[in-house]
Design a protein around this ligand. Structure first.
Ligand code: PHE
Ligand code: ZN
Length: 849
């Protein structure tokens, strides 16, 4: 049962634990419904504090026995943990508990997925395995013995013994409990090796269920590339004899960086050309890198408390983005990241769930694994690097690893290594960690006598709990282009530190066009209103690939907003500009494909709302469809050429080059199907020999209102493959017309393969429903009601996934009074559900405000 008043935890209340842990020995006797966990833990008083309260976390555990220094004791137990009197000297705590992994549907702690045992301990899952000080600043070495009649028994560290029905693992590196992992099951290894920079041999294994052996090769290559890259770029070497990755089908998140034993959602690691799209491949490569990079940024140096989550996540996302830029195309990666940030982080930061990169309070930490902590956290590091320069950044990172290896750190420690390296005072920069909300930077230009003056001003709207904001340090990268398109002033980083500041560029022969916020140098909203002629000029000439793309995006947004508000017709500057870029065969196909992208419906809704209008989801839908149709017509003569230019005559590879071609070819196919009623798409579907093409062709058909035969053929072909079936479920909802979306989603929830307790399957349908803007926001509220029904149903089974999906409602105040009433009613209905989880209660209460 839920507490009447959920407790709020504050950063300012942090105190160290009264005891240090010298070693942990665990023994698991595995049984589906009665696993026994025996612990033997060496504690000693922590000399850094006088607080001697001995509290061990523990939830959903049945205590069988507790012993201190060999003498049985009787702790006092609540649903949160236990307390007991302990000696004021080093002592040994032993306990035996019983747990029920077979009934653990929340997928936190020790649980079962398709007959295999696995664990998820971050953030606070270890307390569902045994009694322990389950906090990241308590670090210890672990020895784990697993007894169980399963062929593969894994835990962290190095193997230290095995026999019939048992295995033992020893992890020499002190770690917090959230990095503990155990896996046991009938698994098959995809083995490989890696020789580290100092010549140590590491055994690598990717463990999968029988049947998935053919989907391992790509992930393994990605792992080896990541290991090499971290040596080359950060000087970081792997530190154990083995590195294991396990794929599980039931997992709440993408993947988890447990020391030496990463556990992955199978969707984030398994890949093959027949079953995975290029987008899947790129994401898998990035997630493997991300989890591997945590070995240093997260594991060797961990977080003092969960408020410091961005210390490991922001930095590790930043590192995986650098990796992807190096492996693939840097401009394309930067554009993707900006698109994602605007689509996911901006709405969060400008709505009721807004919180700082380092939050100051929480009720349920699982609710703070957010786009703000991860992606804005990574952007903050990108700004820091831009401000101090690449060389100082590397020096600061070396110092960070030297100084803090083996410690549980804070953002203050992180900032300090930069201050010590550069002698720069970063106290104002630190506001990026404490102030929430997306800053807006507006620009005005003055041109007199060969001098261009740019006046930049910044402001941030109030956010929950923060009514007044102080100025940030904002790096604004600017370049100038002359009238003939040549760059007359190379990229320079302007440091905006005050509310308003002017910067001058002198000695210019003619009035230049300014390219502002190049490379998306700060996670801000730029309010700069160049004329459409200037935008078209930048789209044709900007030497910064990000801003060239941005110019096209702004033109598209501008024409869409005028189409929505004033029934305008599609703008010729946009159509001609896009045509010219798409014609340019020297440009990377992936980049050209991005040029065809449009702002999402939800972004348009946000723009309208910011300008004081009430977004009408159907009007947005109509404008986007009209612009797409006009684009197809305008590019009509070019489409066959785009098709032939993107043909691939070499064997399939998921590399950036081929992926770029397929992406441009797919974008062209989608336009073509608006003109030919889908006949080309039907041909391509029939000929497809990889999932990217198969899925693209099917989407084009479904959007044209066709493709029912292909849809059932797809089902017959792939019904044995859970990951492909997730696509089958999701696609139908994303491609449904506005009036059909809710019914399509509802019908799919009645399908025999709608295994709703599996987070991937649940998200495939309900996530796609929430993302289909016009369908979800149907005027009668049926979309809201369907999502709420399912959230209410999922909550007792899996609170974490339920709570995350509640964020679909965070944008509710943008819409008209009727829709607001409809959404509010659903949020209240969720909140009034008896025994609602702490996770969902916190999310819904914050959304309601
Ligand atoms: N720490 C994981 C990552 O970022 C994410 C995660 C959090 C996974 C909580 C599971 C549970 O890589
Ligand atoms: Zn991470």
């Amino acid at each position: 049962m839920r507490d009447a008043a959920p407790t709020t935890i504050y950063l300012k209340d942090y105190t160290p634990f009264g005891y240090l842990v010298d070693s942990v020995h665990l023994t698991f006797d595995l049984a589906d419904h009665a696993t026994r966990v025996t612990s033997r833990i060496a504690f000693r008083p922590n000399p850094e504090t006088t607080d001697r309260t001995f509290f061990l976390h523990g939830e959903e555990l049945t205590l069988v026995r507790a012993v201190i220094d060999g003498i049985e004791v009787t702790p006092s137990i609540t649903d949160k943990g236990l307390t007991v009197d302990v000696p004021d000297a080093p002592f040994i705590w032993e306990s035996v508990v019983e747990i029920d992994p077979g009934n653990n549907t929340a997928l936190e702690g020790l649980y079962m997925s398709n007959g295999m045992y696995c664990t998820q301990c971050e953030a606070e899952g270890f307390r569902k395995i045994t009694y322990y000080p389950d906090r990241p600043d308590v670090m210890s070495t672990f020895t784990v013995r697993i007894n169980g009649n399963l062929p593969v028994l894994l835990s962290n560290g190095n193997p230290s013994g095995k026999g019939d029905g048992w295995a033992e693992w020893t992890d020499p590196w002190p770690k917090p409990a959230y990095l503990f992992a155990l896996v046991a099951g009938d698994l098959i290894a995809h083995p490989d090796r890696f020789t580290t920079m100092s010549g140590r041999e590491v055994e690598l294994n990717l463990w999968v269920r029988p049947g998935d052996e053919g989907k391992c090769a790509f992930g393994m290559e990605a792992l080896k590339k990541s290991m090499k890259w971290d040596e080359d770029v950060y000087g970081r070497e792997y530190d154990l004899d083995v590195f294991n990755i396990v794929a599980v089908d039931d997992f709440n998140m993408g993947a988890m960086e447990n020391k030496g034993l990463n556990i992955f959602n199978s969707s984030a690691v398994l890949a093959s050309p027949e079953t995975s799209t290029d987008v899947n491949f790129e994401r898998i490569e990035a997630i493997i890198a991300h989890e591997y990079f945590h070995n240093w940024t997260g594991n060797r140096i961990t977080c003092r408390d969960w408020f410091q989550l961005c210390l490991k996540e922001g930095l590790t996302v930043f590192r995986d983005a650098q990796f992807t830029s190096d492996m693939r195309s840097a401009p394309v990666k930067r554009i993707h990241d900006a698109i994602d940030l605007r689509a996911r982080q901006f709405p969060e930061d400008n709505g009721p769930l807004s919180h700082p990169v380092r939050p100051e309070s929480f009720q349920e930490i699982n609710n703070f694994y957010t786009a703000t902590v991860y992606e804005k956290g990574a952007e903050v590091i990108g700004m820091l690097k831009r401000l101090v320069g690449d060389e100082a950044y590397s020096k600061a990172l070396d110092l960070y690893f030297d100084r803090h290896d083996g410690q549980a750190c804070t953002i203050e420690d992180w900032i300090k290594v930069f201050e010590d390296t550069t002698d720069r005072d970063l106290s104002q920069f630190k506001r990026w960690y404490s102030q929430s909300g997306t800053p807006r930077v507006s620009v005005t230009e003055d041109w007199t006598d060969g001098t261009l003056t740019l006046t930049l001003s910044q402001r941030s709207e109030p956010t929950p709990g923060q009514s007044r904001k102080l100025p940030h340090v904002i790096p604004v990268a600017v370049g100038l282009l002359g009238p003939n398109g040549d760059e007359v002033h190379a990229t320079q980083v302007l440091e905006l530190t005050e509310a308003e500041q002017s910067f001058q560029f002198t000695g210019l022969a003619a009035k230049p066009v300014a390219s502002i916020l190049r490379d998306f140098s700060a996670p801000v909203i730029l309010e700069h209103d160049p004329s459409n002629t200037e935008r078209a000029f930048l789209l044709a000439h900007d030497t910064d690939p990000f801003n060239r793309w941005q110019a096209g995006r702004s033109l598209a947004q501008d024409t869409l907003l005028r189409m929505i508000r004033q029934d305008a017709t599609p703008d010729a500057d946009y159509l001609d500009g896009i045509l010219a870029v798409l014609r340019d065969g020297d440009l990377d196909p992936a980049y050209r494909a991005l040029m065809l992208g449009l702002p999402t419906h939800s972004e348009l809704a946000a723009e309208l709302f910011d300008a004081g209008d009430t977004p009408d989801p159907m009007a947005i839908w109509t404008a986007v469809e009209t612009l797409r149709q006009a684009t197809a017509q305008h590019l009509q003569d070019l489409l066959p050429r785009l098709h032939s230019e993107t043909l691939i005559d070499t064997p399939f590879s998921p590399n950036a080059e081929q992926a770029g071609k397929r992406s441009l070819g797919g974008a062209a196919l989608s336009l073509t199907s608006r003109l030919d009623g889908g006949s080309k798409a039907a041909e391509e579907y029939a000929a497809a020999d990889n999932m990217t093409l198969q899925l693209t062709a099917l989407s084009c058909l479904l959007r044209t209102g066709k493709g029912q035969d292909e849809l059932s053929a797809f089902y017959d072909q792939w019904q044995h493959d859970r990951l492909v079936m997730d696509k089958w479920f999701g696609l139908q909802v994303s491609m449904a017309a506005p009036a059909a979306t809710v019914d399509t989603a509802r019908a799919l929830t009645e399908h025999t393969d709608f295994n709703w307790k599996n987070p991937n399957r649940f998200r495939a349908v309900m996530g796609a429903l929430a993302m289909n803007h016009a369908g979800f926001h149907r005027a009668d509220g049926a979309g809201y009601a369907l999502l709420a029904d399912w959230l209410i149903r999922l909550d007792p089974v899996n609170p974490q996934t339920t709570a995350r999906m509640c964020s679909a409602f965070q944008i509710w105040k943008r819409y008209d009074a009727d829709r607001q009433d409809l959404i509010r009613a659903q949020l209240n209905r969720i909140l009034e559900t008896p025994n609602l989880s702490r996770d969902t209660t916190e999310m819904v209460s914050r959304i309601l405000g």
